[in-house]
Design a protein. Structure first.
Length: 439
């Protein structure tokens, strides 16, 4: 079998100069999905050619949408089929089978769209995806009148979806989840009355911003207590857009962390999306003492972006909790690694969602940090990291989780000795070429 390990050695020199990171994963997914169900041709620039977003393209191609991909410049052209133009299987009553790979975003958002179609479908992903919780979308979609069931009856994919008449609902979610919110809002496009989703804190709002651009009637409010409601009216048609995808702040996070940790570094990361519902990692780094300057702020399609100048800094521990958590949910493994190198104690709480990501990230971060000699205690909804003692290189596993592989590649740069990361190629999920960037 091909060796799928990577060796990371301590950074021999500072991270200096200028880089860009690949396009935002969440925005890339949505651009293809909304383009597919819009009327006209949607042109997407700086699309993320990661495996997850390619799963989304595959699904919509199977649903009869012509999608042209020019990989090198990251250009994708989606020939939309309109809100009711997706195609099912040719034989009557046979389900169209869609492979959503490792992608939770594809599975949950596409389910919302498929719930509104007049043909049956079956969604299934890889072994990891098929263990992730889907009741969180099955429940609200069923309340809307969707006929969706877990084929194995375990609340996970494969999911079978039959045609059903959808009605608007007012739904309150237990956790702040953009995937759940988006799934419901997308089904709401096909409902016969308005739909609203209230979440305990605002999760990433790319769906609301982008659907508005495509012509949907979407509105959002945030109350003083922090709860956030997004509403959508039934829709006749969406209209194609040109979309420029900003660099992914989740991918930038690894280089922000590397520059903060490696002495002498001064790194300019250009064109990074800094939507406030995603930018919690920047505030966390700054609260830890990180020197980050936001330069040349601009807007495209309602999405703010900027250049980030990051300088080596000495860091101290903090508490990361509450409504900040959804704004850096994918960056918490990287934040935990930073905390291990920071003086003092860092507490991460209110982050039980970490357990249901591509791996149980409370368990996998704890295991890898401990292997490197860090004093860390896992909790039910986060972890306590007592930082500041030197970490040593170790043999680690990615647990087939792209964000674990990349976070611990950065840890390896700042540790003493050599670090080996097993199953390291999973970075292709969100950041193809990650190790080349690093080198
Ligand atoms: C995403 C939402 C988040 C995030 C995931 C992408 C999205 O998941 O972890 O990587 O694009 O909507 P949840 O909605 O489950 O928090």
């Amino acid at each position: 079998m091909r060796d799928n390990s990577r060796i990371i050695r301590p950074a021999g020199r500072p991270f200096n100069g200028e880089i860009t990171v690949p396009g935002d994963k969440s925005i890339s997914h949505r651009a293809v999905m909304f383009g597919a169900i819009a009327k006209g041709t949607t042109r997407i620039r700086n699309f993320l050619m990661g495996a997850d977003c390619l799963s989304t393209i595959d699904c919509f191609r199977r649903l009869g949408v012509q999608i042209d991909v020019e990989a090198a410049p990251g250009q994708v052209t989606v020939h939309g089929r309109g809100l009711r133009g997706l195609k099912g299987q040719q034989e009557p009553a046979a389900s169209i089978v869609l492979d959503t790979g490792n992608s939770g975003t594809t599975t949950r958002l596409v389910s919302g769209i498929l719930a509104g179609q007049d043909f049956p479908s079956l969604l299934s992903g890889d072994a990891s995806l098929n263990t992730r919780p889907m009741k969180r979308i099955m429940e609200p979609l069923s309340q809307m009148g969707a006929r969706i069931r877990s084929v194995k009856g375990n609340g996970c994919a494969p999911l079978a979806i039959e045609p059903g008449q959808l009605h608007g609902i007012q739904y309150t979610t237990k956790v702040a989840s953009a995937q759940v919110k988006s799934s419901i809002l997308l089904a709401g496009l096909y409902a016969d009355s308005s739909t609203s989703v209230t979440e305990p804190a605002l999760s990433r709002n790319h769906t609301e911003l982008m659907l508005k651009g495509f012509g949907a009637d979407v509105s959002s409010i945030i109350k003083e207590d922090g709860t956030a409601t997004a509403s959508i009216a039934p829709c006749r048609e969406l209209y194609a857009q040109d979309i420029i995808v900003p660099g992914d702040i989740s991918s930038a996070a690894y280089f922000i962390a590397a520059a903060l940790l490696v002495p002498g570094s001064s790194l300019l990361i250009k064109n990074v999306g800094i939507n406030p519902t995603r930018a919690g990692f920047l505030s966390v780094c700054r609260s830890m003492g990180g020197d980050i300057t936001i330069l040349s702020e601009r807007q495209a399609g309602g999405e703010p972006s900027a250049d980030l100048l990051v300088k080596h800094s000495s860091l101290h521990g903090i508490t990361i909790e509450g409504s900040l958590i959804p704004t850096l949910i994918d960056e918490l493994p990287m934040a935990a690694v930073l905390a291990a190198f920071a003086d003092g104690t860092t507490v991460i709480r209110d982050a039980a969602e970490l357990k249901v990501k591509e791996s149980d990230r409370i368990a996998t971060v704890t295991a890898n940090l401990r292997a490197m000699g860090c004093d860390v205690t896992p909790t039910d909804d986060g972890m306590i990291i007592r930082g500041g003692s030197p970490l040593h290189g170790a043999v680690l596993d990615s647990y087939l989780d792209h964000r674990i592989a990349m976070s611990f590649a950065v840890a390896g740069l700042a540790a003493d000795g050599e670090t080996r990361i097993r199953n390291a190629n999973c970075v292709d999920i969100s950041f193809p070429g990650f190790y080349d960037y690093f080198n």
